[in-house]
Design a binder for this molecule. Structure first.
Ligand code: C2E
Ligand code: MG
Ligand code: MG
Ligand code: MG
Length: 277
């Protein structure tokens, strides 16, 4: 009977999983119409210098104002959009919208912040990426130094020669290239040396380990990451910084910038800019 019970459990589990898969696919299939209806929008989260407290950049984070489900976080639709390829039109919209908005931000005090946009592997692999970015910079007037593209380690590792050349062309234009969630994937050091990367964004889980004073190991890992990055002429931004204590330790280690709830949650461009002025 144990086997029968086990079988029943599996049947139940499978039905559940099928329902979830179906819901996921239905959600993904709705992306093109949602793009046309203007249901997506961007929130921005500040990247703050640990040296002088200035907001040096902002990360664009996509949200979906779904008519029935309410506001959806990217984790509920980006993964599937990547699988189905719909990330290409969706990510293209994000890139265009971020360039358009950032192009309109006038420098109130000092330099206007750069805008950092997440790119999925399919977007990086597309042959037209360089032209797309060039066209957007031209049409929005956004200077290349004020655009940063965030790419994950696994994207970097799985990307062939052609896309790496595209990234190098963009970097030569002055566009910043950041490795997102650094430390969660597997990125070898030769890659860091050879790729046109300008910044490492260290994953929040390393920062979460910065809980005084028993977390010497995490602190040492972060400190060596920072000196390695600096030796390679890269800047380091720590993600997921939630407390003043973590910010203090990161500053002591020599980390360049920080992103996280301690410095500001993702918010609309209007509210973020109002806070900056
Ligand atoms: P990410 O690029 O690593 O973005 C940072 C995520 O961490 C954001 O979640 C942000 O809200 C969250 N976060 C920021 N500060 C803190 C903190 O102090 N504590 C904690 N626990 N979390 C914090 P969000 O907005 O839900 O985005 C999730 C992921 O979705 C992003 O991770 C990114 O990989 C992806 N994503 C977002 N927008 C886009 C997009 O336009 N295109 C693509 N391809 N991916 C996107
Ligand atoms: Mg990111
Ligand atoms: Mg990240
Ligand atoms: Mg991520």
């Amino acid at each position: 009977w144990a086997k029968a019970a086990g079988g029943a459990r599996w049947a139940l589990y499978d039905a559940d999983r099928d329902r979830r898969e179906l819901a996921r696919y239905a959600l993904s299939a709705a992306i093109p119409a949602a793009l046309e209806r203007g249901e997506f929008y961007l929130d921005y989260q500040p990247l703050t210098s640990l040296r002088d407290g200035r907001v040096v950049g902002v990360e664009a984070l996509v949200r979906w104002r779904h008519p029935e489900l309410g506001v959806l976080r990217p984790d509920s639709f980006i993964g599937l959009a990547e699988e189905t390829g719909l990330i290409v039109p969706l990510g293209g919209w994000v890139l265009a919208e971020a360039c358009r908005q950032a192009g309109s931000w006038s420098p109130a005090v000092g330099a206007a912040p750069f805008v950092s946009v997440n790119l999925a592997v399919r977007q990086v692999r597309r042959p037209g990426l360089v032209q797309e970015v060039r066209g957007l910079l031209r049409s929005t007037g956004l200077p290349p130094e004020r655009l940063q593209l965030e790419i994950t380690e696994s994207t970097m590792m799985s990307t062939a020669e052609e896309p790496v050349r595209a990234l190098r062309t963009l970097a030569d234009l002055g566009v910043r290239i950041a490795i997102d969630d650094f430390g969660t994937g597997y990125c070898n050091l030769a890659y860091l040396r050879d790729l046109p990367v300008t910044e490492l964004k260290v994953a929040g889980q390393f920062v979460a380990g910065l809980r005084a004073p028993e977390s010497r190991a995490d602190e040492r890992i972060l400190a060596s990451l920072v000196s390695l990055a600096h030796a390679l002429d890269l800047t380091v931004t720590a993600e997921g910084v939630e407390t003043a204590g973590q910010a203090d330790r990161l500053r002591a280690i020599g980390c360049d910038a920080a992103q996280g709830w301690h410095f500001g949650r993702p918010d609309s461009a209007e509210r973020l800019l109002a806070r900056l002025h």
